[in-house]
Design a protein around this ligand. Structure first.
Ligand SMILES: C[S@@+](CC[C@H](N)C(=O)[O-])C[C@H]1O[C@@H](n2cnc3c(N)ncnc32)[C@H](O)[C@@H]1O
Length: 224
């Protein structure tokens, strides 16, 4: 079983528990820092059946090694997601499971309408597009997976939506993460970015405001 890409709250722990002591999970990410954090989390959780490797997911040469191959929030960042999918399918055993989760930012919403939220979505989409990625890749995944030779492909959509709590801060946190790129690409001035962050925090603090994360497409199938 392999998970391509992971972050602080990655899926390796639930997967490691699912496969039990007889199974093994391999988690990969291209970023050393992410791998170090995941190893630390696994140590803390006393998970002995999970291994982490720094790797470019599209370069994976594994052939029919895993019963399940999974990628979350990875393909939307890649300029050639098909290459990564191809590597995932190759790594999967025949009749093994291929599982993808990825975003569709175009379905994000805030109610009542918040100008700063709409601007944040626009800026995020722009930054991901400029990096060669696709912030709305989710809806394309069933077709892409079929094209790569998967059968019995199914799809589900979930959209975490918040009135309060940590999830409601994701827009502001993400805006802070892309602030440097937004300013250096002259998409907005430093003061406009600061204003957007302040207004996103204000909207998050208002318990009357309903704020969503992007829609998440969950797509799965079997290697033919
Ligand atoms: C939005 S994060 C998602 C992290 C994790 N997969 C999750 O679901 O929580 C995107 C991750 O993709 C990783 N990444 C980007 N390009 C990659 C590549 N070519 N191969 C492997 N990982 C990559 C980044 O380092 C980053 O950790």
């Amino acid at each position: 079983m392999s998970g391509s890409g992971l972050w602080r709250r990655s899926r390796h722990a639930p997967m490691a528990r699912l496969v039990g002591l007889e199974g093994k999970v391999v988690g990969t990410d291209a970023d050393d820092e992410v791998i170090a954090l995941a190893r630390e989390d696994a140590r803390t959780a006393k998970l002995d059946n999970v291994e982490f490797r720094r790797a470019d997911a599209a370069m994976c040469q594994a052939t029919e090694e895993y019963d399940l191959v999974y990628a979350r929030f990875l393909l939307s960042h890649l300029s050639e997601p098909e290459r990564c999918l191809e590597a995932m399918v190759r790594a999967c055993n025949v009749k093994g499971a291929l599982v993808l989760e990825d975003v569709d930012f175009s379905g994000s919403f805030c109610y009542p309408t918040c100008v700063a939220y709409d601007r944040y979505i626009q800026l995020y989409e722009h930054i991901v597009n400029r990096g060669g990625g696709d912030p709305n890749i989710g809806r394309k995944l069933p077709g892409m997976l079929r094209k790569m030779g998967a059968e019995n492909v199914l799809v589900n959509v979930v959209q975490p939506t918040h009135l309060e709590g940590e999830g409601k801060l994701m827009a502001s946190i993400t805006m802070q993460r892309i602030a440097g790129a937004v300013i250096s690409e002259r998409l907005a001035t430093e003061s406009e970015v600061q204003q957007i962050i302040t207004e996103l925090n204000d909207a998050a603090a208002d318990s009357e405001t309903v704020m969503s994360l992007p829609r998440v497409f969950q797509v799965w199938g079997r290697r033919a």
